[in-house]
Design a protein around this ligand. Structure first.
Ligand code: AMP
Length: 502
């Protein structure tokens, strides 16, 4: 009865075949079957339609992670709406921008923020949904009947979701993702990473971001796998679940934090078949430490809100540390410099094309035209290169490139040298305004153990890097500023050090 809804017909296949199959296991709560999940999603769809939702309307959602929130995602798709999840950390003024830009028909927020969001929601119908599954939306869902539900027809090219980019430079942009974008990418990942009904995936990522919502959730649904559904990163819960689980998807900080726990060992990871990392670069040291401790090689992949996943290290064959592997089946990838092809192996801007690539930025035709060509190539803004064997390496964001005295400095190259030094945990290299050089290289270093000092680092770099790549200033910091997805917030660092040479 979902036949005419492109994405829902695919996501629901296992629910239709074996409704009794386990979908979610949650610590201290009842298990949830595929049938129960889709029953909840159907009742959610009915509640949305009753609230006036029309096909193509946006449903803006800023709520804590819960299975009811997942039913809201699926219910929105079933009702023909466009799901628009928002980071729970966004403040009132940020939410005001998203609601003004996306003009949703329905807004769902945390009960504790009802009055604040009501003032921003305009003509939209406002509902609440709490972490514990209470709130006016849950009430509306509870009054709906079960069964005999027909999903609202949607084609491959209709929008299923709008996800706002993290907006590290300028305004956040709404990436429009079609039913086919989401279905094709998850199907590709399921097959590439060999997910089946026998898998048990530890799901500890947020569901307002492409990683937890589309990569983790859609891949699990499409393969009929079970998930251990956690409200967020929780080392205890993950380690407890690991002996019975088969797979984990995480950001690099998940892995470094788990490595800090002595309970992580080979025995605990014996049933696991796959550890996947992405959303931010993983340090070579983390890869190595994980392999030594668990016997597993983490599979690193690369993607972004606009493209879903684009590359992945192989399931079989060498997972090459420091690289993000090969373009996924059906995805084309090329490296260019200001629109021109460059010789193989050289660093340039990564462009991708394929069924994974989004439909453009919501109500920003000019921005869309700048980054997404009529020929389908999307300019990612990431800098990287492809080696002779086809492995892709990311060296940073184009906007993080430092140009000092006319020379290009790729922060990652300097960071890797610094990170290798004794007494250094990790580092971030940025460019700050400089009267002579235009920009000067600055290294911000997180010490480890006995620590180190600036002259020692400077001396070590002097032996290994060209003068123009060496930092003009080395600062120490307790921890690098990171967002929820583990990305280092270089803009915050650039702001902090902006006046250093003024
Ligand atoms: P988002 O749209 O929030 O998913 O952020 C996407 C960005 O995260 C990409 O454009 C990359 O800059 C970065 N990213 C994602 N995965 C990786 C990875 N494995 N290594 C390095 N950077 C990554």
């Amino acid at each position: 009865m979902y036949d005419e809804n492109y994405l829902a017909s695919r996501l629901s296949r296992h629910a239709a075949l074996t409704p009794e199959k386990l979908f979610a296991r949650r610590p201290g709560q009842d298990d949830v079957s595929y049938g129960a999940l889709f029953d909840g999603a159907e009742r959610m769809a009915r509640a949305l339609i009753d609230a006036g939702l029309q096909p193509g309307d946006r449903v803006a959602v800023q709520v804590a992670k819960s299975l009811t929130a997942l039913e809201l995602y699926i219910g929105t798709v079933l009702a023909g709406g466009i799901f628009l999840p928002l980071n729970t950390a966004y403040t009132g003024p940020e939410v005001a921008y998203f609601l003004g830009d996306a003009t949703p028909a329905v807004v769902v927020c945390d009960p504790a923020r009802e009055a604040e969001i009501a003032a921003l929601a305009g003509a939209a119908r406002l509902f609440t949904l709490g972490a514990d599954g209470t709130g006016t939306l849950a009430q509306a869902q509870a009054t709906q009947p079960s069964g005999d539900f027909h999903a609202v027809p949607r084609d491959a090219s209709d929008l299923a979701a709008i996800l706002y980019t993290s907006g590290t430079t300028g305004r956040s942009k709404g990436a429009m993702l079609s039913h086919a974008n989401l279905a094709s990418n998850s199907e590709t990942l399921r097959d590439y990473w060999r997910f089946t009904r026998d898998d048990v995936l530890i799901h500890a990522l947020p569901i307002f971001h492409t990683h937890g919502l589309f990569v983790a959730t859609n891949v699990a649904l499409l393969s009929g796998a079970a998930v251990v559904f956690l409200a967020g990163f929780d080392a205890d819960a993950i380690l407890e679940a690991m002996p019975e689980a088969t797979s984990l998807m995480g950001v690099p900080t998940f892995y470094t934090r788990l490595l800090d726990d002595p309970r992580l060992d080979r025995t605990r990871a014996a049933n696991m078949r796959l550890f996947i990392s992405g959303s931010a670069p993983m340090l070579v040291d983390t890869h190595k430490a994980w392999e030594e401790r668990t016997g597993h090689t983490i599979l690193e992949r690369y993607g972004m809100t606009e493209t879903n996943m684009s590359t992945s290290n192989p399931y079989e064959g060498e997972r090459r540390t420091g690289t993000v592997g090969f373009p996924l089946p059906g995805v084309e990838l090329r490296i260019r410099d200001e629109g021109r092809d460059i010789p193989q192996g050289e660093i340039g801007v990564i462009e991708v094309r394929g069924p994974n690539v989004f439909q453009g930025y919501w109500q920003m035709p000019e921005k869309t035209a700048e980054e997404l060509g009529a020929d389908g190539w999307f300019i990612t803004g990431d800098l990287g290169f492809v080696d002779a064997e086809g492995y892709v390496t990311i060296v940073g964001r184009a906007k993080d490139l430092v140009i000092s005295g006319g020379f290009n400095v790729y922060p990652k190259e300097v960071e890797e040298v610094i990170d290798d030094l004794p007494g250094v945990k990790e580092s971030a290299v940025i460019g700050v305004p400089h009267p002579d050089f235009g920009e000067a290289v600055v290294a911000v270093v997180v010490p480890e153990g006995a620590g180190t000092d600036a002259p020692t680092i400077a001396a070590a770099l002097n032996e290994r890097l060209a003068k123009f790549k060496q930092p003009k200033h080395i600062a120490f910091i307790d921890a690098l500023p990171r967002n929820t997805m583990g990305k280092v917030q270089k803009k915050a660092l650039r702001d902090d050090f902006a006046k250093l040479f003024a």
